[in-house]
Design a protein around this ligand. Structure first.
Ligand code: ZN
Length: 280
């Protein structure tokens, strides 16, 4: 039931922000009949037949001290959030790891949905400031272009990504980009136009931070299932099958974006010829 794991010289820790309202799988996976959930019900859904997504980021840092300190995704943000009336806890979760915002050197955004960008910017009245004042924020150019079009714009992007440009903190990326030694982006488009994973290679080990490549444990086995949140399901399916296939063949440690705490880090293993999740 791990909430952190080492990849070579790096320690990668989940930093919890908040959790989603309870979700009805029939509403989220509209093309999947209720009966198809039967094999997964006992572990992928709760006793009410529903599930919650965790909203979190991941902190990557060298286990032996020094730098760099990299935050991947920034959760849903300060709140208070409507469904709980409570605030997001990302900064407390970082503090519990002994990390204050100025310590972060880079923020990598897997994609520009509201539950991954919420703490990017802190607003004082109508004045935005970078929450992580010393960080470069890495955003995929394809997402920036998509959400900058008036027909795709939304409040979360306007408040949490767009100001980064004027603040001089934004770095737009195309393709695979090196963030730091052994840490590189892995484009995996489909959930959004610019969705990307983050690969960490160190000491002969490989870890992958998967953002919204999948949302529920059932999708490890049912890799063609797509939630309504996927922008292009043909692309998101292909990306999911490609990255999870490589993870299984090469023994990568997978750090998932939304799985329950304690189950969110694992490996994809073959059992009776089908891929399954084996949490650390
Ligand atoms: Zn998400």
């Amino acid at each position: 039931m791990a909430t952190s794991a080492s990849i070579g010289r790096y320690l990668i820790s989940t930093v919890q922000d908040h959790e989603s309202p309870e979700r009805d799988p029939g509403q989220v996976y509209k093309e999947v009949p209720a009966s198809a959930w039967a094999p997964y019900r006992s572990f992928a859904l709760n006793e009410n037949g529903k599930y919650r997504s965790q909203w979190r980021g991941h902190l990557i840092r060298p286990a032996g001290g020094g730098g760099p300190y990299i935050l991947v995704d920034t959760g849903m943000g300060p709140g208070p959030h409507q469904h709980t009336g409570r605030n997001g806890e990302l900064l407390q979760s970082l503090a519990a790891e002994g990390v204050t915002p100025p310590r972060i050197d880079a923020v990598v955004i897997t994609h520009c949905h509201g539950d991954h960008i919420g703490w990017n910017v802190t607003w004082a009245g109508d004045r935005p400031a970078a929450t992580f004042p010393n960080a470069t924020y890495y955003v995929a150019a394809k997402d920036w272009e998509h959400y900058s079009r008036p027909e795709n714009s939304n409040e979360a992007f306007a408040r949490s990504v767009r100001p980064l440009k004027d603040l001089g903190r934004l770095k737009l990326m195309e393709g695979e980009i090196d963030i730091a030694d052994g840490i590189r982006t892995l484009p995996s488009n489909g959930h959004t136009p610019g969705h990307q994973c983050v690969l960490v290679r160190s000491g002969g080990e490989i870890g992958v931070l998967t953002g919204d490549l999948f949302h529920n444990l059932a999708q490890i086995t049912e890799q063609t299932w797509c939630p309504v949140f996927d922008w292009n399901t043909a692309m998101s399916r292909a990306s999911r099958q490609s990255v999870l296939g490589r993870a299984q063949k090469e023994g990568w440690v997978v750090f998932s974006g939304h799985l329950p705490a304690g189950l969110s880090i694992g490996r994809v293993v073959l059992k009776h010829g089908r891929p399954e999740w084996l949490h650390l």
